[in-house]
Design a protein around this ligand. Structure first.
Ligand code: PMP
Length: 402
C-alpha cells in the first residue's frame, strides 16, 4: 500500500520547513534522503574523474556512472544501455537532437510540434528554422485543452521529418496520446521525439511500447539532482548521428588535421559530465521504482482528479481544461486576482505554487491569458495539501473582496 506519510518522511525538506505545502513539483521535485546520501557518499568515498584513470578510485567512479546508465535503461525499458546519453537536462537533450539530427534536414523539411510545448521544445527548432530554412508547423489544442488529433493528422505530410511533442503538458497537465501520435508520424516517415519532463516523474514510460525514436527527461523532476538529464535515442538512429559538442571523452584520436570519434553514447558526452549527478539520478529512479511507478501514477491521477473537483467547487476559480486526461498539474485562474499576487499571498500561507507563463508563452497566448496559477503534485502530496491550497485561495479572495 502507498503511504504518503511515510513517503513524505523520506524528504527532509518537509522536516526542515514545517508546515510547507509544496505544490511546485512540476518545476522541480524535492529530493529524498537516499538521493542526498548517495551523492554525499559518492563524493566521500568513490569520487574521481571517469573513463580516464587507471587507478581504482576512477574505476569505481566509472562503474557508478555506467551503472546509472543501466538504471536509466531499465527505467525506460530501452533495449541497450548505449542508447542512453547523459546530458544536462531535457533542454540540452532537445538542443542536441536539433544540432545533430536537425542538421541533416533540408530547406522546406518540416518539424511538427504542438501548441502545448515548453520553450525548450520550441526555441531549438526556431534556431534550426533560421539556420537551415526548415518549416516549423504547430498542431493546435482543441477547445477542451487536449490535442486536436484531427488537425494534427492533417498537418502531417511527406515533408514532415520530425514530430516533437510533450508527453504531459507542464502548463495544463494534459496527457498526450503519444502512442497514436507516434503511429501517425511513422506512417508518413517522420521520426518522433517525446519530451517526457512531466511524464517520467508520474507514469511508467516504456519507450518500446510508445514506439518513439527519441525520449528526453530531466533528473531534477524525477526526484534526482539538477544538472543531469537523459536523452534516449534508438540505437540505429543514434549511431548515425554526427557529434555535437567537441572535447574530451568523445574522441578516438585527435591530430591538428583530423579527429575520429567514439561511438554512441560517448560521442555525445564531451567533457566531464555531472558524474555524481548520474548516481543521484539512478538512486532517484530506483526509489521511484521501489514505490512502483504505476503506484505513483495512480496516486497522482487520483489526487489530480480530487484537486480538479475541489477547485471547481470554489466560486471565482476557473480551472483550465486539460482534454481527456490530466496528470499531476492543475492550472487555474482566480477572478480579480493576478496569478502573481495569488502566488505571493499563498506563500504567506506556506503554500508554494507557480504563477506565470510556465515557459509556454505561445500556449498562454492561445488560452488568451498572460499567466496562470499552477499547482503541481509529487509523491509526497495528498488531499490535505489540496485543502490547504483551497483554504489559502479563499483567504486571498477575502483579502481582495475587502
Ligand atoms: N519540457 C517540459 C514539459 C518541462 O516541464 C520542462 C521544465 N519545466 C522542460 C522541458 C525543460 O526542462 P529543463 O529545464 O530541466 O531542461
Amino acid at each position: 500500500m502507498f503511504d504518503v506519510t511515510s513517503v513524505k518522511a523520506d524528504f527532509p525538506i518537509f522536516r526542515n520547513n514545517p508546515g510547507l505545502v509544496f505544490l511546485d513539483t512540476g518545476a522541480s521535485a524535492q529530493k529524498p534522503q537516499v538521493v542526498i546520501d548517495a551523492m554525499a557518499d559518492f563524493y566521500a568515498r568513490d569520487y574521481a574523474n571517469i573513463h580516464r584513470g587507471v587507478y581504482g578510485l576512477s574505476q569505481r567512479a566509472t562503474t557508478h556512472f555506467e551503472e546509472a546508465r543501466e538504471t536509466v535503461q531499465r527505467f525506460l525499458n530501452a533495449r541497450h544501455s548505449r542508447e542512453i546519453v547523459f546530458v544536462r537536462g531535457a533542454t540540452e537533450a532537445i538542443n542536441l537532437i536539433a544540432n545533430t539530427f536537425g542538421n541533416t534536414l533540408k530547406v522546406g523539411d518540416e518539424v511538427l510540434i504542438t501548441e502545448f510545448e515548453h520553450h525548450a521544445n520550441i526555441v531549438p527548432w526556431q534556431f534550426l528554422r533560421d539556420r537551415i530554412g526548415i518549416k516549423l508547423v504547430v498542431a493546435p489544442m482543441d477547445d477542451t485543452g487536449g490535442l486536436d488529433l484531427i488537425r494534427f493528422q492533417e498537418l502531417l505530410g511527406p515533408r514532415t521529418r520530425l514530430v516533437a511533442v510533450t508527453h504531459v503538458s507542464n502548463a495544463l497537465g494534459s496527457v498526450m496520446p503519444v502512442e497514436a501520435i507516434t503511429k501517425m508520424a511513422h506512417h508518413v516517415g517522420a521520426l518522433v521525439l517525446i519530451d517526457g519532463c512531466q511524464a517520467a516523474p508520474r507514469m511508467p514510460v516504456d519507450i518500446q511500447d510508445i514506439g518513439c525514436d527519441f525520449y528526453v527527461f530531466s533528473g531534477h523532476k524525477t526526484y534526482g539532482p539538477s544538472g543531469i538529464g537523459v536523452l534516449w535515442a534508438r540505437a540505429e538512429i543514434l549511431d548515425e548521428l554526427p557529434p555535437w559538442q567537441g572535447g574530451g571523452d568523445m574522441i578516438l584520436e585527435v591530430t591538428f588535421d583530423h579527429t575520429t570519434f567514439q561511438g554512441a553514447p560517448a560521442r555525445f558526452e564531451a567533457g566531464t559530465p555531472h558524474i555524481v549527478g548520474t548516481r543521484g539520478l539512478a538512486v532517484a529512479l530506483d526509489y521511484m521504482t521501489k514505490i512502483g511507478v504505476d503506484v505513483i501514477r495512480d496516486h497522482e491521477e487520483k489526487l489530480t482528479e480530487y484537486g480538479a473537483r475541489r477547485l471547481a467547487e470554489v466560486r471565482g476559480v476557473r480551472l483550465l481544461g486539460a482534454g481527456q486526461r490530466r496528470l499531476g498539474v492543475l492550472s487555474f485562474e482566480v477572478d480579480g486576482i493576478h496569478p502573481h499576487d495569488l502566488g505571493t499571498i499563498l506563500d504567506q500561507h506556506q503554500v508554494a505554487i507557480r504563477a506565470g507563463h510556465h515557459c509556454a508563452q505561445p500556449l498562454m497566448d492561445r488560452l488568451g491569458v498572460p499567466a496562470t496559477a499552477r499547482a503541481s503534485f509529487g509523491i509526497y502530496n495528498d488531499e490535505s495539501d489540496v485543502e490547504s491550497l483551497i483554504d489559502a485561495i479563499k483567504s486571498a479572495q477575502s483579502l481582495f473582496r475587502r
